[in-house]
Design a binder for this molecule. Structure first.
Ligand code: 5MM
Length: 341
């Protein structure tokens, strides 16, 4: 393992003013997103849509440090025959790949899941590296509900994350480590804090046991928020403060950067909360984004599968990328949202 090289990539992934585009929706998820805008999910429509994003040249160069791809996309070519990986690199961004095989029901644990994909992972990583990936992503899903999460669910998931991360580093790839505590449910912010704290404590213990070098990793956590159905929603300031508090209590200084997931927050909320954290600052890691929905909801809706909407969709994507880029610097202002995308 070349730790200096891994650290260089990880640091570039959370460069100031930039963040990661999570475009790694699996077949089922992208179909759901396309259904919502009335578009058939075919190999060609998925390619056209993703090419549109990756060819948003200025946004990609200025604001998108890396792109997480799905297995199909890393093998696809743009309309003119250029591999999409090359399109991303030419735009000055780093290609990465989702390598987990999804969250499956955890035996004897109703309502809980375990993320699968470790079998044969070393061989798949070698192939992805040859296809141009420089980093990987694995997402563990922890739900909050009556009686859950169980210790069994958390420990199984963080153990898998640690095995995944070690394999990535062995193959010269930076692991994004994503333990997502879901924001579905009616729990309050303090319950989200408690669960996130336990997950992160156990995660860093397992990463240590697995001999993962934290300098060559990026953490992709949830923010500490109340469940969507919780009657007591809270201010942006409280979310920023509690998220920073739990991260300071759990995440070692050796980690170069933290790139939040958006998790179903609306796009402006995800930007405002990231910005609020960076305005507080005074943390040892870069605080950035690795957003899927919060970067793509607007361009997807604007595109709606129509070629004539392509430019407007690229403008909508560029706008969200710009807003989030500013949020990584603590320089976002609500007034900037009024500027039409
Ligand atoms: C883009 O969505 C990713 C893939 O999801 P599926 O495996 O369910 O298709 C997802 O892992 C995503 O990278 C993270 O959840 C962050 O995305 P959000 O939308 O929460 O920012």
């Amino acid at each position: 393992m070349n730790l200096a090289e891994l650290n260089k990539i990880a640091t570039a992934m959370v460069a100031p003013g930039k963040g990661i585009l999570a475009a790694d929706e699996s077949g089922g998820t992208i179909k759901k997103r396309f259904d919502a805008i009335g578009v058939d999910s075919t190999e060609a429509s998925r390619r056209d849509y993703r090419e549109l994003l990756f060819r948003s040249t200025k946004a990609m160069a200025d604001r998108i440090s890396g792109v997480i791809l799905f297995d199909e996309t890393i093998r696809q070519k743009a309309e003119d025959g250029t591999p999409l990986v090359k399109v991303i690199e030419q735009a000055g961004s780093i290609p990465g790949i989702k390598v987990d095989k999804g969250a499956k029901p955890l035996a004897f644990s109703p309502g809980e899941t375990i993320t699968e994909g470790l079998d044969g992972l070393r061989e798949r990583l070698i192939e992805y590296r040859d296809l141009g990936a420089k980093f990987c992503k694995w997402r563990a899903v922890i739900d909050i509900g009556p009686g859950i999460p169980s210790y069994n669910c958390i420990s199984a998931n963080v153990h898998a994350l640690a095995r995944y991360a070690a394999l990535c580093q062995e193959q010269g790839l930076v692991p994004i480590v994503e333990p997502e505590v879901l924001m579905d449910g009616d729990h309050d912010i303090d319950r989200c804090y408690q669960v996130t704290e336990l997950v992160l404590k156990l995660l860093y213990e397992q990463l240590y046991f697995a001999r993962v070098q934290l300098e060559g990793t990026v953490l992709k956590p949830n923010m500490v928020v109340p469940g969507k159905k919780c009657p007591k929603q809270v201010s942006e300031a409280e979310i920023a403060e509690k998220t920073l508090q739990v991260l300071k209590a759990c995440v070692p200084v050796a980690v170069p950067g933290i790139a939040f997931l958006s998790g179903g927050q609306c796009d402006v909320e995800a930007t405002a909360r990231l910005d609020a954290m960076n305005k507080i600052g005074n943390v040892p890691w870069r605080l950035s984004f690795s957003y899927g929905r919060a970067l793509q909801a607007a361009p997807q809706k604007t595109w709606s599968g129509k070629t004539q909407n392509k430019q407007a969709a690229q403008a909508a994507f560029a706008h969200r990328a710009e807003m989030n880029g500013l949020a990584t610097l603590g320089q976002w202002k609500p007034e900037l949202e009024k500027k039409a995308a």
